[in-house]
Design a binder for this molecule. Structure first.
Ligand code: SF4
Ligand code: SF4
Length: 71
């Protein structure tokens, strides 16, 4: 199965969780140990090994926070 790597422009994340909801592999979640410049807990890859690189999260994010690379 294809493997993906997700990266984030963390400072732009408004913690709406759209990407969390739509990820079919439950990779993403809010990082409650981190606060960004806007005062939100930003999204992070909590289970990065599960990422297939499908790109749905990047498509869903209204703020262009997420970049997906495929191996
Ligand atoms: S690329 Fe797909 S599997 Fe990986 S985090 Fe985004 S939605 Fe989830
Ligand atoms: S969809 Fe974008 S703004 Fe919303 S939680 Fe995900 S990365 Fe953050």
């Amino acid at each position: 199965m294809a493997k993906g790597i997700v990266s984030f422009d963390t400072g732009r994340c408004k913690a709406c969780e759209l990407c969390v909801y739509f990820c079919p592999k439950d990779v993403l979640g809010l990082d409650h140990n981190n606060i960004n410049v806007m005062g939100y807990h930003p999204v992070a890859a909590l289970q990065p090994d599960n990422c297939t690189g499908c790109g749905i999260c990047a498509l869903m994010c209204p703020d262009l926070v997420i970049v997906v690379e495929r191996e």
